[in-house]
Design a protein around this ligand. Structure first.
Ligand SMILES: Cc1ncc(COP(=O)(O)O)c(C=O)c1O
Length: 376
């Protein structure tokens, strides 16, 4: 893939790759009867919502702003979940969202009557207390001890279920069908009896449905079984799986230097433009690069902020890097654009679409105004 004509830094999302993921999700939805929503927390590049909305049923939001974006830009259902709705936000959400998920029975008691009076579908988030994630990922585990996310079996209030239309659970992160299956067994044993007579079950996100090797047949059969057993609609709300491996962050080398190792300073930054690299942490793929020492020239790829730890990682290349060389990071659509920041006054990367005919359209550029208007 050629990225040489783009300005840098620049996020590029490839429509062909995105359409491939969307077709997989639509096929799962069609065959299972599930409704699939885009979790905007992972990806809110709304210039692509017209395309995505041809394949998915709607969006889910973490609060007012995402819900409003979904309502304005994405024809389809709008769902919202918040650990605790601020009163003003809840009021503003009422005309916008179709489904409200409450994190506790206290929130349900506080807001349920108003939501129902406005004709909204209401649900309770469950914590099945079934951790399936690898050790060390507690930050992404809503079932970790002490979690604030969802109602545990102990805190469940069957006496308050009148008017509750559905149950919601989100416990997975980048996981296969086996983890869903394991969690569902626990969920159904504890809460299945309450689902009969309800309208829907929302299985949250974290399903790596578009990843090679995901057991889609297992998922399709499971959704069908849930719909038949409980007579409910089943919702899935993946973020990551919608845009997995569809985006790139194109950067340029500003300078190379030596300090016992070869270092390349880029016009992109881990801290500002791909903060999950430091937060998660993880090593993003770099196009045409190998592990350190695998190819002839190894460099530490670093960002242009003052943070000593603004380091993406060590990678090797066939050719030496020099000023102006392009370094292209892969899988950069998810949890990147939505998490960028302007620390150090760093400019935000432009946003571009690579259309199916191979042409690039720059849909957004940023400047000083975007830095200044967030401050006062
Ligand atoms: C409630 C809820 N739904 C959906 C998602 C989307 O998850 P993913 O992007 O891993 O599919 C998240 C992610 O944190 C979430 O908290």
């Amino acid at each position: 893939m050629d990225f040489s004509s783009l300005p840098t830094p620049c996020f590029v999302v490839d429509e062909t790759l995105l359409t491939r993921n969307l077709a997989i999700l639509k096929d799962v939805a069609d065959r299972s009867g599930a409704k699939i929503l885009l979790a905007q927390k992972a990806f809110s590049m709304f210039s692509l919502y017209p395309l995505i909305s041809r394949y998915l049923s709607g969006t889910t939001a973490s609060g007012l702003h995402e819900a409003r974006l979904g309502r304005e830009e994405f024809p389809g259902e709008v769902h919202v979940f918040s650990p605790a709705y601020p009163p003003q936000e809840f009021k503003a959400l009422l005309p916008i969202a179709d489904h409200f998920v409450f994190n506790s029975f206290a929130q349900w008691e506080k807001y349920g009557a108003a939501a129902r009076a406005a004709g909204k579908s209401c649900g309770i988030r469950i914590n099945p207390e079934c951790s399936t994630q690898e050790d060390g990922h507690a930050i992404y585990d809503p079932c970790a001890p002490g979690s604030r996310l969802g109602v545990t079996e102990r805190a469940f209030r069957p006496d308050l279920l009148g008017g509750v239309d559905g149950l919601h659970m989100h416990t997975l992160c980048e996981q296969g069908f086996d983890a869903l299956s394991e969690t569902l067994a626990v969920f159904e044993a504890k809460f299945g009896k309450y689902l009969h007579g309800m309208q829907w079950l929302n299985l949250g996100g974290g399903h790596h449905i578009t990843k090679e090797g995901y057991d889609r047949e297992g998922l399709v059969a499971c959704v069908r079984r849930l719909r038949e057993t409980y007579g409910v609609e089943v919702y899935l709300e993946p973020g990551e799986a919608v845009v997995l491996n569809t985006g790139f962050l194109v950067s340029s080398v500003l300078e190379t230097m030596q300090n016992g190792i070869n270092i390349a300073i880029l016009d992109a930054s881990a801290a500002c433009h791909m903060p999950d690299v430091l937060e998660m942490p993880y090593r993003p793929p770099v196009l045409d690069a190998g592990e350190p020492g695998e190819k002839a020239h190894t460099y530490r790829l670093t960002g242009g902020t003052c943070l000593a730890g603004d380091v993406v990682g060590d990678y090797s290349f066939d050719q030496p890097l020099r000023e102006g060389s392009r370094v292209v990071f892969g899988d950069m659509a998810l949890y990147t654009m939505v998490k960028t920041n302007t620390f150090n006054g760093m400019n935000l990367p432009s946003i571009a679409i690579r259309h199916t005919d191979g042409t690039d359209e720059i849909v957004r550029t940023f400047g000083y105004g975007d830095f200044k208007t967030r401050l006062s």
